[in-house]
Write a protein of this length. Sequence first.
Length: 292
Amino acid sequence: MIRHFFIVLICLLPLSAFSGSYFLDQGEMKGVSSGDGEVLYSLFKKALASESGEALEMDVNKAKFHINFSIYKLGSAYILTATRKDHAGEEKSSKIKVKNIENADTAVGRLAKAVVDGSSKPKPQVGKVLDSEEKKMKKRIESHENWLVSFGPGWMSNLGDAEGTVIGLAVGKAWQVNPNVNLSLKTGFTTSTDSDFEGSFSYMIMGARYYLSADDISPFVGVGFGYGWSSRHLGPGQEEDSSGFALEFTGGMTFFRTSNIHLDLELGYRMITESNSEGSPGAFTLGVGLYF
């Protein structure tokens, strides 16, 4: 019986050494009034006890973790930091920013949960979202928007022989989403000035360009996908029409990129995936474009 008592006592000794898991210590209070500092420290103390489900340890030597709680004020905002240190000397810090003192209750609750969970980043929870996070997903880099128009000579592919000059025209809109990527939505056509040639190629394409540098003058390559239509003249009163998905491949040079108005020199090839009797209809264009 006595032997069993000592066995139980020995098993309980490690647990009694850590009767409370957390000892809370007040750290730095930079730029914080004594009143605000006391309020925030008191709120965190209660939140830590609530999240851990136990009373805080009053003796640092008996606690499993030593928590150091610090506050730094930047303008009207507060940065709350909690550093958790165990007896092996391993530290883990968590911090959260509060726009104003009115959000403090929510912030210290999330910070306390992060400390208990051993997480370095307090996570938002339902009903515990800070004012600074409400519109977080709405914050975006604003893209630069341009109208575009392009005009130049062209060549037909698998649309018969055009005797006159082949010209291409395109209009649309472009969005510069970062220094190296441009997205566009445009429509255009390629046709001949020869009145006897009734072949044509038209398209509507969403494209993307990649600029090889962010300089004022930069080469680029591009691809696009959309829908195209073509017509091939077979003879008097005879036409062969084709339509289907369209592909675009481009390359060239853009000038004055740092200005609101850009000048463009583009060599492009567009084709329809649906074949006619000659093959896949397409058109090459060498266009001079203006982005404004």
